[in-house]
Structure formats: structure tokens, C-alpha cells
Design a protein around this ligand. Structure first.
Ligand code: ATP
Length: 453
């Protein structure tokens, strides 16, 4: 059966339920920038928290960092971004639009009869030229070239320039990692496909510093670990693959790069990159800053520049993948339902408490249940509309459990617990809800959409 998820349906659901919508909408929107509403914030926060959990809580060899978005301009000279962070671009003299020259076959031509830019007349493409993707701005009140700074195009360089600081206070020695989550900015020539490619986005990057001879084994380790992270959070394994770069795709300093790819509705596309970056970054920053960026092992008396393994993921792209993987449409009792079968740990709301009617003491009991649960899990109270409509709303948000307070509740202090995935309903005593739901949320979960092996 074809997957129910299409990009249009995901975009529509995100808008309808307040996950993600176009930014500056009242002014007609600003190309490819998006705002996250309540459920979108909760979902993306859960994605980032799961990443932090895997990096920090479940290991003891990684520390956290939050570096500034604006960095000394020399950072970008040393990293190579100022000279080389470019994409090939062409202009069309006929329609005045700009396109990424290496993506022409994936882009629609805004003017007929061409399907893709440059296919046929009247398209009139210029020669390809390099376009630097960094956003430039000026720092301070004087606008001259000395005040030019850049919005960071990746979070990684903030980690490299802090290598020495972290080494001093963290009491770590290689192999160890520094992890960072934060906004990055790229003036993409052709952004698009919703939050897949935007000009402002969030990255989750970790630089793992290792003794040079251990780099190959840690590269293998992180490729496996990152694939497992996605499948543990419910992404279907048949929609996920690891693609090793061909030698001609590699940056000159990388001895290995692999992309975690997900089968998005737009086809297989990069979700995350894992690279063996050698000693390139620390060597460059040492040269440009004049600081020694190396490790001295007091036991072996060895001094060396650690090599770096980097898993670099996008928080927005991962959120989109989880949404696409979860989106489903089903027929239930002759009615269509749209449901997000998200891993319960990622679901924006864990439990909704719904009084059947807005009287007879039911709202009061429902509020009492909310008060007992909200310290443990994201809980929502909803009393508007028919119960059917409220279930559909929670299904579209991906809420794993709905608790219904009804007449019987007032007699025996039990509620109906409705499961999102199976639609099974069972009565549970109010006093047992906190323990029962906490245990069920912690249980392992597999996407019901996963085709049986
Ligand atoms: P792409 O080839 O798609 O442009 P990239 O290889 O340049 O991506 P990296 O520099 O490796 O990407 O960045 C790491 C991750 O950051 C990507 O795998 C992706 O998840 C995310 N990312 C990069 N650019 C964007 C963007 N413009 N919008 C949203 N996420 C992005």
C-alpha cells in the first residue's frame, strides 16, 4: 500500500493543527521561513531533548556547549567557509529567477513550456558562478568592511574554537566529544520542500575528538549509533539508509563521509551527515589564531592534534522526517481518520483528559486528573466539541492516550483509556493513572506502519 504521507498533506496538517506555519504570514510570508506553533515547539523540543539525552545523559564522554551565533570573522577564514562555502548558481535572463545549477533537474521551471529551468526556449541561463551561502551583517554602529560579521552557517566551528577552553575545565581526554544545538543560517539559492531546506534552521552537531589511530573505529561507531538513534525513536528501518560518499564527493580533508538518508515524500534525501574530518579543523584554527590546539597525554608524554568524527544533524529536518514517518490515514467505523503515529517519547502531548459532558461534576474530576498527571507528562485538558471530534484532534496531534471521564467515573473513579494506535479502550482507576501511564510511555514502541519483515 502506498504511504499516506505526501508533502502537501503534512504541510496542511501542520498548519491546521498549529505545528508549523509560514513566517510573517500577515505580510504575505517571507520565502521559506517558518514559525513553529505550540505543538511544533513541543515536538521539535522533544527531538532535541532526545538528541541531548543520547549525547549527554546516556554517555559520560561528551560535554555540552552553547556558542555565539556571531563569531570572529577569522573563524570563517580558517574554516574555509569564506572562500569555499559556495553553491553553483545560474540566473535565467528570461524569467529573472535564480537556480542552483546542480539541482536543475529537480527544480520546476516557473515559465512554460520547460519542465525544468533551461530545458527549452525562452529559458536563457547564464554561465554557472559560485555564490557564497553565508549571511553577512555589520557589527556595531559603523558600517564599514572592518565591521563585517557572518551569521554562522554551522554550529561546528563554535565547538572547534572552544576546544582549548573545554579541555581545560571538562577534565576529559580524547576520545571525548563536545555537543551543541542551535540556529544556523545559510542563504540557500533554492530553499524549499517545507522545513527540509530553509535559510534559518537548527542543527544538532557533535565533534568527537579522538587519538588519530582510533579515528576509523570511532567513525564506524558513530555511523551505527546515529542510525540506531533514529530507529529507536520509531523511524521505520525500511525508510532509512546509510549512504557512504563516493571518493569524488568527499571534501579534501575528509577520509570518510556517510549520509543518513530518509525516504521523504520527495524521495531519498539527507537527514544527517557523519564525517571523519581528520585534524583539519583544529590545525586550521591553530594556524589562524596562533593558539596551540592539541592534546598532551601526560602518561605517554605524547603530544598530538586529535582527529574529529562529526555527526551533524538538522533538528527541523529530523522533525519533518518524524512527521512524515508518523502520518497515516485510516478508515475507522466507516470514517476517515488522520493520525500521527509518533513515538510516545516524541509526541507533543502525552495524554489528553476529556470530560464526556461539560456538567455533572465531570469537568472537575477531569481537572483533578490533569493536576495529578501534569508534573510527570505533557497533559492537555479539552472539553469543547463532541467526543468524536476531540479524539480526531488528539489523533492528528499524535497524543498516545486519551482519558475520558464519564458518568461511571463519578461512581467508581475509573476512566476510559483510549490508545491512539490500536484504538483499544480499557477502564483504569484514577489513582493508578500516574504509574500506569508513566510505565506505558517508557515501554518500547515500534511504528505500526512498519511493514512486517
Ligand atoms: P544539503 O546537502 O542538504 O545542503 P549539507 O550536506 O550541506 O546538506 P551539512 O552541512 O552536513 O548539510 O549539515 C548537517 C545537517 O544540517 C544536514 O544533514 C541537515 O539535516 C541540516 N541542514 C543543512 N542545511 C539545511 C537547511 N538549509 N535547512 C534545514 N536543515 C539543513
Amino acid at each position: 500500500m502506498p504511504d499516506a504521507a505526501t508533502m502537501d498533506k503534512i504541510v496542511a496538517l501542520c498548519k491546521r493543527r498549529g505545528f508549523i506555519f509560514a513566517s510573517s504570514e500577515i505580510y504575505g510570508g517571507l520565502g521559506s521561513t517558518y514559525d513553529y506553533g505550540h505543538y511544533g515547539v513541543l515536538l521539535k523540543t522533544n527531538v532535541k531533548n532526545e538528541w541531548w539525552r543520547a549525547m549527554l545523559q546516556e554517555r559520560d564522554d561528551i560535554v555540552a556547549l552553547d556558542s555565539a551565533i556571531l563569531q570572529h570573522p577569522r573563524t570563517w577564514e580558517a574554516s574555509g567557509h569564506l572562500a569555499g562555502f559556495t553553491d553553483p548558481m545560474v540566473d535565467c535572463r528570461a524569467c529573472g529567477q535564480r537556480f542552483r545549477a546542480d539541482h536543475l533537474q529537480d527544480l520546476p521551471c516557473p515559465r512554460k513550456p520547460s519542465k525544468h529551468p533551461g530545458d527549452a526556449e525562452p529559458c536563457d541561463l547564464t554561465e554557472t558562478r559560485d555564490f557564497n551561502l553565508m549571511f553577512e551583517t555589520t557589527m556595531g554602529p559603523v558600517e564599514d568592511s572592518a565591521a563585517t560579521v557572518y551569521l554562522r552557517p554551522e554550529t561546528a566551528q563554535g565547538i572547534f574554537v572552544n576546544f582549548k577552553n573545554v579541555l581545560q575545565f571538562s577534565r576529559k581526554k580524547p576520545p571525548f566529544g563536545i555537543a551543541q544545538v542551535g540556529k544556523s543560517f545559510r542563504n540557500e539559492i533554492t530553499p524549499g520542500n517545507f522545513v527540509f531546506r530553509t535559510r534559518e534552521f537548527e542543527q544538532m552537531e557533535m565533534e568527537f575528538f579522538v587519538p588519530p589511530d582510533q579515528a576509523p573505529e570511532w567513525y564506524e561507531f558513530w555511523k551505527r549509533a546515529r542510525m540506531d538513534w533514529y530507529t529507536d525513536l520509531g523511524l521505520r528501518s525500511d525508510h532509512l539508509r546509510l549512504r557512504e560518499h563516493d571518493p569524488d564527493e568527499l571534501s579534501h580533508y575528509s577520509s570518510g563521509t556517510a549520509d543518513v538518508e530518509y525516504l521523504f515524500p520527495i524521495g531519498w534525501s539527507e537527514l544527517e551527515g557523519i564525517a571523519n574530518r581528520g585534524d583539519f579543523d583544529l590545525t586550521q584554527h591553530a594556524e589562524y589564531s596562533g593558539e596551540k590546539l592539541e592534546y598532551f597525554d601526560s602518561q605517554t608524554k605524547e603530544r598530538y592534534v586529535p582527529h574529529v568524527i562529526e555527526p551533524a544533524a538538522g533538528a527541523d529536518r529530523a522533525t519533518l522526517a518524524f512527521l512524515a514517518d508518523a502520518y497515516d490515514e485510516e478508515e475507522v467505523d466507516g470514517e476517515q481518520r488522520t493520525v500521527l503515529k509518533l513515538h510516545p517519547r516524541l509526541a507533543p502531548v502525552k495524554v489528553a483528559v476529556l470530560p464526556l459532558v461539560r456538567k455533572d461534576g465531570q469537568p472537575e474530576v477531569a481537572r483533578e486528573i490533569v493536576a495529578a498527571l501534569r508534573g510527570r507528562m505533557q497533559t492537555e485538558y479539552d472539553e469543547g466539541d463532541s467526543i468524536g471530534k476531540r479524539y480526531r484532534r488528539q489523533d492528528e496531534i499524535g497524543t498516545p492516550f486519551c482519558l475520558t471521564v464519564d458518568h461511571q467515573t463519578l461512581d467508581d473513579r475509573t476512566v476510559t483509556v483510549r490508545e491512539r494506535d490500536t484504538l483499544a479502550q480499557a477502564r483504569v482507576a484514577i489513582d493508578e493513572l500516574p504509574e500506569t501511564l508513566t510505565a506505558r510511555l517508557a515501554a518500547s514502541w515500534q511504528s505500526p506502519k512498519l511493514a512486517p519483515a
